[in-house]
Design a protein around this ligand. Structure first.
Ligand SMILES: [Zn+2]
Ligand SMILES: [Zn+2]
Length: 372
């Protein structure tokens, strides 16, 4: 790691490079780029392995299977190493200086496609500078698994409050903001009953957020006992272990908890189509189902359309998030950190050089971080 002040020298820094599905990532060195006007260079202090990164290294994900060598990873926090000309303030209007700790969305909307023109964050070209381009080309540092990250015009930065440690804020630009967007899409009302399918990191945040929104009963479902136990500390009232119960038993439990009515909303965070049918059937008449975790093209599931139509249930989705959510997500961490053990979401940290070991270990952990 080069000290911040040395960025101007023609120094090199490390990044973990993904070349092919099934091959370990390689640590390579690239020249540290100087940011162009409107851009910025970030010295990464912590990056995480997200569920989607685990899918990516197995070739699942947009354009991942074949393509140039790439720096993977998208969840991270870092300090400003250098600001390009004209970059002076963060997305909240706070003055920026080199050395400030910041978070930022990991994608760059193109600004010109029909989705962008409608103000939808799910621009289909949003990863073109990351997954779409070789890290052998300038500015090299296109993902989270390196010592630096090259931030572009169109990626707003948000200053991180000093009292929040890196391990608490590093999930902000992915699962924390995604949980916020999911909870906001679920339109939870005071005293609602909420079901959450899957309580990895994202589901744990969603549980705490549902609690803060005033849900009266939060029912969480997972297959891993340790996660269910932790979910109670994040505000869950009832935990259902999917490894020892049937779908019918879980639906029966939810009906009993709601006088036969069903839940007001259910969030799918499990990332598998196998849970969709159950999620829909857990709802009351007019209940809302929010798909968050099923992000991959390919896997197919089934549900009974009549269960949606006859019960006037609705299905919603969230993909990435509008960036205004990020400062709110940071404020949520700051306000609620005494109530929920946010420091338990990052459960393990590996040095960046051990990235392949970290990827092997990650499916067994709540969340694994990499220290450059
Ligand atoms: Zn992610
Ligand atoms: Zn676009």
């Amino acid at each position: 790691m080069q000290p911040v002040s040395s960025y101007l020298k023609a120094v090199k820094a490390k990044a973990a490079v993904f070349t092919e599905v099934g091959k370990p990532m390689e640590i390579r060195e690239y020249p540290v780029p100087d940011p162009a006007p409107g851009d910025a260079l970030i010295r990464i202090t912590l990056s995480n392995i997200c569920g989607s990164d685990l899918h990516f290294v197995h070739g699942l994900g947009p354009g991942v299977k074949s393509g140039p060598p790439r720096v993977m990873g998208h969840e991270m926090v870092g300090r400003i190493a250098k600001l390009g000309e004209g970059v002076t303030h963060d997305g909240c209007g706070q003055k920026l200086s080199e050395g400030d700790r910041v978070v930022y969305p990991y994608w760059v909307p193109c600004g010109a496609c029909p989705a962008c023109l409608r103000g939808d964050a799910a621009c289909q070209q949003r990863y073109r500078h990351w997954l779409g381009t070789s890290c052998e080309e300038h500015p090299h540092f296109r993902g989270a698994y390196g010592e630096y990250y090259y931030l572009r015009r169109g990626q707003p930065m948000f200053k991180v409050p000093d009292d929040l440690p890196d391990a608490m804020v590093s999930p902000t630009n992915c699962i924390l903001s995604e949980a916020y967007f999911g909870i906001s899409t679920a339109q939870i009302e005071l005293e609602d009953v909420v079901v959450i399918q899957g309580v990895g990191g994202l589901g744990l945040y969603a549980t705490a957020m549902a609690r803060e929104k005033g849900a009266s009963k939060i029912i969480v479902i997972d297959r891993i006992a340790g996660r269910l136990e932790l979910a109670k500390q994040f505000g869950a009232d009832v935990t259902l272990d999917a490894s020892s119960t049937t779908k019918e038993q879980r639906l029966q439990a939810i009906r009993e908890l709601t006088h036969g009515d069903g839940a007001d909303s259910c969030l799918e965070i499990a990332g598998t189509p196998a849970v969709v049918r159950e999620g829909i059937e857990s709802l009351r008449v007019g209940g809302r189902y929010v798909l968050v975790g099923n992000v991959n093209f390919g896997p197919v599931g089934e549900f009974e359309p009549g269960q949606v139509v006859r019960h006037h249930r609705s299905i919603h989705t969230v993909m990435v998030y509008p960036p205004w959510i990020m400062p709110k997500a940071l404020a949520f961490l700051q306000r609620c950190r005494a109530r929920y053990p946010f420091d338990r979401i990052i459960s393990h940290t590996f040095p960046l050089e051990k990235i392949n070991d970290a990827f092997e270990f990650a499916p067994k952990a709540i969340r694994v971080a990499l220290q450059p």
